[in-house]
Design a protein. Structure first.
Length: 621
């Protein structure tokens, strides 16, 4: 627990072209002589006594929508934002950098700020990157040479948040002796979990299954499985875990991406990673403005940007709701970041845009996670879809102005939602190819809402009539209920690949809802994956295969972590190249029978593709 005095904080994050190593941050307090006088306390020093001392800022009024024709420029943080970070850039969108003219930035207490303009890669704006941080709680005023949307002129202001403590973060545990995990003689450092495939019809899934292992007792990291549940590639991490492993495009090339970091209960702090088909890291970056990326979303767009989410505790007075005078509330932040420069192109804050009245979560004094954003995506109209679990609602954000266009579901819905279309604690909201809105509808008991099983839900949304009806729903034959997490990926042809969140399970369904694939992790592993995806991936590792001889000398055990083209393994005499044995690939590690005597000059193992071409070779260890 913090002691009373003025705290100082260590901060890091991407500003300007700093793409962002991340660190976790906690406030550190120093008290001279062990005692501090109450009269000398700064505003941030009362964290240890949330019910006494000066009140934190009150819940701000909602800023409301912003008309696009109300100005030439859009500004982020948008005018009236109550909870910007001290490290914030000021992003101006709508004109090229060389047409913006002078930008003057004044802090209410910190004074005039010098800085530099960082041009955005798309030519659509620039970010003013201050040379020094702002002060917590102060108002920042920005003056430009052009009218700013939502400002009523060329001058506008926003407020720097009074930050609260982030949760304690601990490295995820790993037990090397835990049961329910593979052991490979040729790759002893890799111990991915066993997978039980209960249903697998032919061509149920084209490609591989992508998972991000977390929780439980085993190694954590990104994992690719084949249709039989056998590992194809596993990348164990140390001190962190991986979430939201998926196939995306970066610079026109296929990449595997994931979030990597440390997780508290419900959210985390980390950075984003991308590897190419050779499993070489080609990008690692974070959010801008001093935020650390949360695990819930990482989308690479066709415009060379990334959509990211952060969970930042800020101080707020909740005494009028029965809470503390100095409570902390989670401000969910959505950013669009220029991947090339690290510049922030868009920033949205839940505080000031979503009322506490919309939450189904009871008030809490510490880190009240009233919204819990868990999905962000680009909609067909170019705006952003945002899913929030704790309001059981979907928000459409104007990508130009940052305003909320509409709310769907929850306590403040702008739509009439048919009773059977009501969703609860949903995840993975996307726009499907047929125009419907799809999601993984967890279900739960949420205030007056109740559903005891989870489902894939497709909604017909009429934005003119403001009505919502069910287009299609898919449930598991066992009536599964996933209390948290989950994903619903639309497959070519209209089926769905489903990750069941905390249930340690994934499934595939045809367009009519028939179960094609169903697999689980052994319950003893306690492993789970936030989402699960079907991916078409051509892995060509830059590493060599691995091979060892069995203890009895009658087999060579061969594997190649990440190689997707291997069809056959063969063992040859290292001297003359005579084939001594071969076997079709069988799971991650294949046993190739060989003569007991072997070869005087030793053995070499070769990986062959379907046409018999040698992909890689290595001496047998």
């Amino acid at each position: 627990m913090d002691e009373p005095d003025r705290p100082t904080s260590e901060t890091s994050g991407a500003t300007g072209d700093d793409r962002g190593r991340w660190t976790t941050r906690r406030r550190v307090l120093t008290v001279a002589g062990g005692v501090a006088a109450a009269g000398a306390l700064g505003a941030g020093a009362w964290a240890a006594w949330p019910h006494v001392g000066p009140a934190a800022p009150a819940e701000p009024p909602l800023t409301g929508p912003v008309e696009r024709d109300s100005g030439v420029l859009s500004a982020f943080p948008k005018p009236g934002t109550p909870t910007a970070r001290p490290q914030t850039q000021i992003s101006l969108r709508g004109l090229p950098a060389d047409a913006l003219g002078e930008v003057v930035v004044d802090g209410e207490r910190s004074g005039r700020h010098e800085g530099r303009l960082l041009a955005h890669s798309d030519g659509g704006g620039a970010s003013f990157v201050p040379s020094a941080e702002f002060e917590e709680g102060e108002t920042v005023t920005v003056t430009t040479e052009h009218d700013v949307r939502g400002a009523g002129g060329r001058r506008y202001s926003f407020t720097i948040a009074e930050l609260a403590d982030r949760p304690d973060l601990e490295a995820p545990p790993v037990d090397p002796e835990a049961e329910g995990f593979h052991r490979f003689a040729s790759a002893p450092d890799l111990r991915p979990p066993l997978v039980d495939v209960h249903t697998s019809l032919p061509r149920a899934v084209d490609g591989l299954v992508a998972l991000g292992l977390k929780n439980g007792y085993g190694q954590k990291g990104p994992l690719l499985l084949d249709a039989a549940g056998q590992p194809v590639w596993f990348h164990p991490l140390t001190g962190v875990d991986a979430r939201d492993v998926r196939l995306q495009q970066l610079g026109g090339q296929p990449v595997l991406t994931w979030w990597e970091g440390v997780q508290a209960t419900g959210y985390g702090y980390g950075e984003l990673v991308a590897v190419d088909t050779g499993y070489r890291e080609v990008a690692r970056f974070g959010m801008g403005n001093g935020y650390d990326a949360d695990a819930h979303e990482f989308i690479l767009t066709d415009a060379g940007t990334a959509l990211l989410v952060a969970y930042e505790p800020v101080r707020m007075d909740l005494s009028h709701r029965g809470g503390a005078r100095r409570a902390s509330v989670i401000d969910c932040v959505v950013q669009e970041v220029d991947v090339d420069t690290g510049a922030v192109l868009f920033e949205w804050h839940s505080v000031g845009e979503v009322s506490l009245d919309e939450s189904y979560l009871p008030v809490e004094d510490e880190r009240y996670d009233y919204v819990h954003v868990n999905a962000v995506d680009v909609d067909v109209d170019g705006n952003l879809l945002v899913s929030a679990r704790h309001t059981s609602a979907v928000y459409s954000l104007d990508r130009v102005t940052g305003g909320v266009r509409w709310r769907l579901g929850g306590r403040a819905s702008d739509f009439e939602v048919a009773p059977e279309a009501v969703f609860i604690r949903q995840h993975d909201v996307r726009r499907a190819s047929d125009g419907t809105l799809t999601m993984f509808d967890n279900g739960s008991v949420e205030g007056e809402l109740l559903r005891e099983s989870s489902r894939v839900l497709s909604l017909d949304v009429d934005e003119v009539a403001r009505t919502v009806t069910v287009a299609r729903e898919i449930t598991h034959p066992d009536g599964l209920f996933a209390e948290s997490q989950g994903s619903a990926q639309e497959l070519p042809g209209g089926g769905f690949f489903v990750g069941w969140g905390n249930l340690l399970r994934y499934s595939a369904f045809d367009p009519d809802g028939a179960l094609l694939l169903d697999a689980t992790f052994p319950s003893a592993t306690r492993v789970s994956s936030y989402r699960a995806f079907s991916v078409t991936w051509d892995g060509q590792p830059t590493t060599d295969p691995s091979a060892v001889r069995s203890k009895d000398g009658l087999e060579v055990l061969a594997s190649w972590n990440g190689a997707t083209r291997v069809a056959t393994w063969q063992v040859v005499d290292a001297a003359g190249g005579t084939v001594l044995g071969s076997a079709p690939r069988s799971g991650f590690e294949t046993a190739v029978p060989v003569p007991a005597a072997g070869a005087p000059a030793g053995l070499r193992v070769e990986a062959l593709d379907a046409d018999g071409h040698v992909l890689g070779a290595v001496p047998v260890g």
